[in-house]
Write a protein that binds this ligand. Structure first.
Ligand code: GUN
Length: 285
C-alpha cells in the first residue's frame, strides 16, 4: 500500500503560489462569508485563512448571525462583487436551512466564484472549457490522481452525487483530456448492488459523508482509494476523532494507493481554492 500524501502535495502547490503572488503587481484579496456558528465551518474558514496568510493573500472574514435574512447576505455579496480589491468570494457551506443555497452561490459573479459553484463555472467544467474555476475538491482529487495513479481508460467509481464533489468530479475525469479520459460511474445511497459496482473500480472515490461507509468487502485488492469524507466521530474512549468515508484500517492493506484522513484530500481543497483565487486575480489583472 502506498499512502497519497495530500498534505505534502498541497504544500508544494502553496509554495509555488507564493512565488506568483509575490511577483504580482498588487494585493490579491479573498473574502469569506460565514453564516451561523457551525463548528466545522468555523474550523474550515480558519484553516483557509491561515493558508491565505501563508501564500501572501489578503483575506477578510464577514460573519453573519444564524438567523440572517437572505437579502442582507445578498447585499453583502453584491458589495464584494463590486469591490476591486476582492478577487474571490466564498460562502462557507452548509448554510442555515432558511437560506437558499443555490440563490446565494448564484449571486457571486462567476469571475469571483473561486469555489466553482456558480452554474456558469460548473457548465464550463461539464463542457471541458478552460477559463472558469473548477470546484476545489474535485480538482484537488484529479491532481492527486495525476501525481500518483494513471486513470486514462481506467474505471473510476465515485460514490456520492453531490453538486460540489460527485457530479463535477465525474465531469472532470471523463473529459477527453490528459489526466482524465476515465470510464466513470457515479453510484450513491440508492444504488442497487453497490458492493458489486465498487468492486469493479480501478479507482474508488468515496464522497458520501458517512463515517467508514466503504468497508473492505467493497474494495477489490489493488484498487486505488480516494477518501473525500471528513467526519467527526467519538472514538471508543469518547474522544473526538476525524475519520473518512473509508474504513481506513481495514481497506489500506489491500489498496494500491490510499489517501489518509486528515492529510489527504482536505489540504488539496484548500490549495485549489488559493490557486483559483490567484488565477482569477491574474485574469482580472
Ligand atoms: N463546505 C464543504 N466544502 C466546501 C467548499 O469546498 N466550499 C465551501 N464554500 N463550503 C464547503
Amino acid at each position: 500500500m502506498n499512502l497519497i500524501d495530500g498534505k505534502k502535495i498541497a504544500s508544494e502547490i502553496l509554495d509555488s503560489l507564493s512565488v506568483r503572488v509575490e511577483k504580482f503587481h498588487r494585493k490579491i484579496g479573498l473574502a469569506f462569508l460565514l453564516v451561523g456558528d457551525n463548528a466545522a465551518s468555523l474550523a474550515y474558514v480558519r484553516m483557509k485563512k491561515k493558508a491565505c496568510a501563508q501564500v501572501g493573500l489578503h483575506s477578510i472574514v464577514q460573519e453573519f448571525a444564524a438567523d440572517t435574512n437572505q437579502d442582507v447576505l445578498l447585499r453583502s455579496i453584491d458589495a464584494l462583487n463590486e469591490d476591486a480589491q476582492i478577487d474571490g468570494i466564498l460562502v462557507q457551506l452548509p448554510l442555515p436551512s432558511h437560506l437558499d443555497t443555490l440563490a446565494v452561490t448564484r449571486s457571486i459573479i462567476p469571475e469571483k466564484d473561486v469555489d466553482g459553484f456558480h452554474p456558469i463555472n460548473l457548465g464550463k467544467v461539464l463542457l471541458g472549457e478552460e477559463g472558469g474555476f473548477p470546484p476545489c475538491t474535485p480538482r484537488g482529487v484529479q491532481l492527486l490522481l495525476e501525481k500518483t495513479v494513471p486513470i486514462e481508460g481506467k474505471h473510476v467509481v465515485i460514490v456520492g452525487r453531490s453538486n460540489i464533489v460527485g457530479k463535477p468530479l465525474a465531469a472532470l475525469l471523463v473529459q477527453k483530456k490528459r489526466g482524465a479520459n476515465a470510464t466513470v460511474t457515479i453510484a450513491h445511497s440508492q444504488s442497487e448492488h453497490l458492493a458489486e459496482i465498487t468492486k469493479s473500480a480501478d479507482v474508488l472515490v468515496a464522497a458520501i459523508g458517512q463515517p467508514r461507509f466503504i468497508r473492505k468487502e467493497m474494495v477489490r485488492p489493488g484498487c486505488a482509494v480516494i477518501d473525500v469524507g471528513i467526519n467527526r466521530i467519538q472514538d471508543a474512549n469518547g474522544q473526538p476523532r476525524l475519520v473518512g468515508d473509508v474504513d481506513f484500517e481495514a481497506v489500506a492493506p489491500i489498496a494500491s494507493w490510499i489517501t489518509p484522513v486528515p492529510g489527504g484530500v482536505g489540504p488539496m481543497t484548500i490549495a485549489m481554492l488559493l490557486q483559483n483565487t490567484v488565477d482569477g486575480a491574474m485574469r482580472r489583472g
